[in-house]
Design a protein around this ligand. Structure first.
Ligand code: HEC
Ligand code: HEC
Length: 268
């Protein structure tokens, strides 16, 4: 497995300063990019150990694969586009003070990209590296009701009985929210049950990755994704039902939007 360089190897001078700023944004997104953060999350909550951990969508494996085509927005995505996507959906930028992700070319992207490139020092360009993304679990029939039991026994102690997370008295969260208005929105990758199941299997309960069975991981992922969360920002001008058929037709999304009938036209 590839290992990114140790912190002690960050160079001195302006290049190293940018690496450090990028790492600070990644780990403490709530502090350094508060203006663009609508959810209460930090990048590192889903890309663990500051984007270093294999099977937790590490940034060294991502770096070498862009620019790349994405079906989600039907164009070649640069790394900046991809980061922007996580601001729009996972960070729910629509509810942030700015109401948008960082503007194109912003220093936030420069610093994050400099950090990712440094993490990928020595990694081969274009390689499909072992440990990229979240593991893809074989599909099984899943049941959110059975996931509720896993949640109560193995997750609620940190993430709260209502999935609302455990706030940090100094700001942000000690344990991040899994649903509700402070979590990722319905358009986010984690709202897709297959992604959440792979993430949970490899990484949760925190510090005890790979202790759940695949079936438990699917069930609890379905349970957390079946709760209400902020609307998909692509939903503007469309009913929940239309949005569901346009963007969430795979059946692997629940799409429970806070407020339900967003357009007030009686369409749930
Ligand atoms: C709620 C969890 C969550 C948070 C918070 C989050 N991401 Fe992500 N991120 C994901 C998921 C899930 C994917 C994979 C999505 C997919 O495959 O559709 C992803 C993918 C990515 C990728 C592409 C990875 C690859 O291998 O192609 C990058 C880059 C990325 N995120 C950067 C960020 C940055 C930067 C932040 C903070 C501003 C962030 N993410 C916050 C869940 C999250
Ligand atoms: C010991 C405390 C603890 C337990 C128990 C735990 N988690 Fe987590 N969870 C965390 C922490 C801490 C993070 C953020 C990781 C980081 O920032 O390094 C996290 C992150 C997450 C995330 C991504 C961020 C978000 O808010 O969506 C999901 C999803 C998640 N946990 C689901 C679960 C599930 C499902 C279980 C039970 C199977 C579970 N967790 C059990 C501590 C815990």
């Amino acid at each position: 497995m590839f290992s990114p360089p140790p912190e002690t190897a960050i160079p001195s001078g302006p290049q190293g300063d940018a690496v450090r700023r990028g790492e600070a944004i990644f780990r403490q997104t709530q502090i350094y990019t508060r203006r663009y953060a609508g959810s209460g999350l930090n990048c590192t909550n889903c890309h663990l150990e500051g984007g270093r951990k294999a099977d937790a969508s590490p940034m060294w494996a991502a770096w070498v694969r862009y620019p790349a085509w994405r079906d989600k927005n039907g164009k070649i995505n640069t790394m900046e586009d991809r980061i922007r996507g996580c601001f729009i959906y996972s960070m729910n930028a629509q509810a942030s003070p700015a109401g948008t992700p960082p503007p194109p070319g912003d220093d936030i992207y420069r610093d994050l990209e400099t950090y990712f490139a440094w993490l990928a020092t020595g990694a081969p360009t274009g390689a499909d590296m072992k440990g990229r993304g979240y593991p893809k679990l074989a599909k099984v029939e899943y049941d959110p009701a059975r996931g509720a039991k896993v949640f109560d026994e193995q997750c609620s102690s940190c993430h709260g009985a209502n999935g609302q997370g455990t706030p940090d008295p100094r700001g942000g969260y000690l344990y991040p929210p899994l649903w509700g208005d402070r979590s990722f929105n319905w358009g986010a990758g984690m709202a897709k049950v297959a992604n959440a199941a792979g993430f949970v299997k490899a990484n949760m309960p925190f510090g005890m990755g790979n202790s759940l069975t695949d079936q438990q991981a699917w069930n609890v992922a379905a349970f957390l994704d079946s709760h209400e969360r902020p609307a998909d920002p692509r939903q503007k001008g469309m009913s929940v039902a239309e949005t569901r058929s346009k963007f969430h037709a795979s059946g692997d999304y629940y799409g429970q939007t806070i407020g339900g009938d967003l357009l007030g036209d009686g369409t749930p």
